[in-house]
Structures are given as C-alpha cells and as structure tokens.
Design a protein around this ligand. Structure first.
Ligand SMILES: NC(=O)c1ccc[n+]([C@@H]2O[C@H](COP(=O)([O-])OP(=O)(O)OC[C@H]3O[C@@H](n4cnc5c(N)ncnc54)[C@H](O)[C@@H]3O)[C@@H](O)[C@H]2O)c1
Length: 380
C-alpha cells in the first residue's frame, strides 16, 4: 500500500457541523487503506466559544474566513455556516483557488445556487455537497438493489428526513428558523438535500411538484425568553412527478421538523412491479425487501444487512453504524474521489445535484403559494 496523500483542510464555521468534521478527521485511523489523510490546520469563526473549542483541540483559529483563505497551505475548505452566508463564502473559497466541501443548501435560494454552480464549473475546483445519510450500509444495500433492476418498473418512491425536535414550543429559536438567515425554502434548505440525493442519483429528477408547506410554529422564545416571530416552514411534503421511459411515477419527498416520534429518521422506500426495497435509520441493521414468490405469494422480508461500510474500517461489519460513521464515510468518499480513487463507491452529492434540489424547492414554493402543480425547471 502507498502512503496516503496528506490533505490540508481548513474549516469555515466552527459550530455543530464544523466540530463534527473535526471529530471525523480525528477518527480517520478507523479507515483501512484510505488513499488520503486529512489534516485540519485552521478554523475560521467569529464566535469566541467556537474558536475556544478548536483551540482546545490544538487547532489554529482565526476570526474571519478571509484570513483563513489567505493561508497558502490549505488545499480543501469545508464551509459550514448559516445559509445566508453560503454564496459569498463559497465564491470566496473558489476565488482563493481551494477545493470546497460545501454544506447544503447551495445558497439561500435558486439564484444563489445558479451563481455558485456557474462559478464552480468555471473554476475547475473539486466541489461536492454534504449529504451523509446515503452512506449508511443499509441505504447502500437498498441503492444497489434498485440498481440491480430487481424492482422492475418503478410504481412509486418515498424518500424522507424527519425530525421532531420542533414539537417543543419552548425550544429557543435559532438562525435555522429565521427566514432571513435560512431562506424562504425553510426546512427544505436544511433537510431537503438528504431526501433528494438518492432519488437524483438513481436518475429520478422530478418534472413537476405539488407541495404542501406548513408553518406550524409562528413564534418561538428567543434565548432570553422573549417571544419572537418564527417565520419558516417547519414541514414540507412534496408530491413529485417523475417521467421514465416506462411511464410516470410519484416520488414523495418529505422533510419535516415536526414529525411526532421521529428523531432524525432518514428513509427510502422503492416499490416496483417485480420487487421492492425499504430502509430506515430507525432500524439501521435491517433492510426490507419485497418479492413475489414462485407460488405467487407476496413476501416482505427483513434481512440483516449488517454494518460493513463502503470504505472499510477497523470496526468491520458487526459493530453498529451511526450518524458519525456516515459522516466519516462521506468524508472518505469526498477525499477518495478528489484523489481519483472513488472506483465503484458511492460519491458525494454533486454541484449539479445541489442545483437540481434548488430547482425542486423553488417549484415547491410556487406550488404551495399558488395551490397548484408547478413544473420543475431543469438546470441549463
Ligand atoms: N450534513 C448535515 O447533516 C448537517 C447537519 C446540520 C447542519 N448542517 C449544515 O451545516 C451548516 C452549518 O450548520 P450548523 O448546524 O453547524 O450551524 P451552527 O449554528 O451550529 O454553526 C454555524 C457556525 O458558523 C459560524 N459563523 C457565522 N458567521 C460566520 C462567518 N462569517 N465566518 C465563519 N463562521 C461563521 C457561527 O459562529 C457558528 O459557529 C448549514 O449549512 C447547515 O444546513 C448539515
């Protein structure tokens, strides 16, 4: 085995996801024979508490992303900042000649996404968008089952990411629940990429959508207990039309922050004329398959897909896989693809897939506002 390529990474935004990325790099030794090895060299965040956390880990910190981008030793930047900053920060990263691992969504709205993707494509930099849930081994099994042709002609598909934390009326507001910072697309900007990544990758781009968006919590307390306006949509249910050579089928995309009983549940269900497959992170070791037996019996069967990941780890296939493992796999995929060593493994969401998600969300906004079915524009 050749020595892995050292990749010097900088992080812009040292909040929840910035820290998760740092923790994933800290667990890199769990990967077996990976072609690259990230080295976190600096973090930019204006918040003292965020910088203090990284300083404790021995990582250099700066106040602004401009300072971080001046460092010539940084090759890859992970940007995990509020959505109103995505466009400006991503463009600055590209202008500085760095590769980018960008958080979703690609900007606060469709115009921003188009601008970002135009710049990505003219820059020639290696850019991917964060979406880790498809890296669950059970999700990979479900994807391979569909790709094998075992489901036959598709009848319908459901894809979802569901939370329930916003069920609590006393949960303090944050920027993800303020339209000015997270955009008109609300929960779709936050959770939507997770739910559309696999359908898009399987070639199921919607041509139209009928959306119902719900603003279930019009107010929330702020950090000091005052009641303030909470003007985002918490829940989005998208009934999409997907055209195929064999005819159209419905794709239901659900992204919800008020989904009682669901605590970050990612799920995918594909039903076809010859078979079906379903996976949910509620039962991460189990994949369900539908088949029609020799005597015509209709069988939903559960099998233990286990925990073996696309990028092998010292953990093997027995010990339980979780969210942080999915993040490690996503980063393994990003850095392997950047090295030209992805092979047959699942790739991270592309800029074009991020743009297609925005085209869908923009159509969903129109559909809901006008109570009609709206055509989804295709990226030019
Ligand atoms: N992939 C996932 O599963 C996942 C999960 C949660 C959030 N996210 C995404 O990650 C991104 C960040 O979300 P988060 O939950 O980490 O938010 P967060 O609020 O926890 O962290 C954001 C950080 O950005 C910092 N920041 C603000 N302005 C900045 C600037 N100008 N320069 C540098 N840093 C700045 C803030 O101080 C904060 O520390 C968002 O795009 C969000 O949608 C992804």
């Amino acid at each position: 085995m050749t020595a892995p390529t050292r990749v010097r990474v900088g992080i812009i935004g040292g909040g929840l996801m910035g820290r998760e990325a740092a923790a994933a790099f800290g667990r890199w030794a769990a990967l077996v024979d990976h072609p690259a090895r990230p080295e976190l060299v600096a973090v930019a965040d204006p918040a003292p508490a965020a910088r203090a956390w990284f300083a404790e880990q021995g990582v250099a910190t700066v106040h602004s992303h401009e300072e971080l981008l001046e460092r010539g030793d940084i090759e890859v930047v992970y940007a995990a900042v509020p959505h109103d900053l995505h466009e400006a920060v991503y463009l600055d990263v590209l202008a500085a000649g760095k590769d980018l691992f960008a958080e979703k969504p690609f900007g606060i709205d469709l115009d921003a996404a188009r601008h970002i993707v135009d710049e990505v494509e003219s820059s020639g930099r290696f850019v991917r968008c964060s979406s880790e849930m498809p890296f669950f081994p059970g999700a990979q099994v479900a994807i391979e089952h569909v790709r094998s042709g075992a489901v036959g002609q598709v009848i319908e598909v459901r894809s979802a990411l569901l939370h329930s934390s916003d069920l609590s009326r006393t949960k303090p507001i944050n920027w993800k629940r303020q339209r000015a910072r997270c955009g008109d697309i609300g929960v779709m900007g936050d959770l939507g990429m997770h739910a559309v990544h696999v359908p898009f990758r399987l070639g199921w781009a919607p041509t139209s959508v009928r959306a119902i968006l719900q603003d279930l919590m019009p107010t929330r307390p702020d950090a000091s207990g005052h009641v303030v306006v909470c003007d985002t949509h918490e829940n989005a249910t998208l009934s999409c039309r997907v055209e195929t050579d064999a005819g159209a089928f419905p794709l239901t995309v659900e992204t919800k922050r008020v989904a009682p009983g669901q605590m970050n549940t990612w799920s995918l269900e594909v039903l076809g004329m010859e078979g079906g497959v379903a996976f949910s992170t509620r039962h991460p070791a189990t994949v369900e398959r539908f088949r029609v037996g020799a005597a015509g019996e209709q069988v939903w069967e559960q099998f233990q897909a286990g925990h073996a990941s696309a990028f092998p780890t010292i953990t093997g296939g027995i010990f339980e896989f979780g969210f942080t493992d999915a993040l490690l796999q996503m980063w393994a995929s990003y850095l392997a693809e950047r090295e030209g060593r992805l092979g047959d493994a699942f790739g991270c969401a592309t800029p074009r897939e991020a743009l297609a998600s925005h085209e869908l969300f923009a159509a969903a906004l129109d559909s809901d506002a006008n109570d009609r079915v709206t055509a989804v524009a295709r990226p030019a």
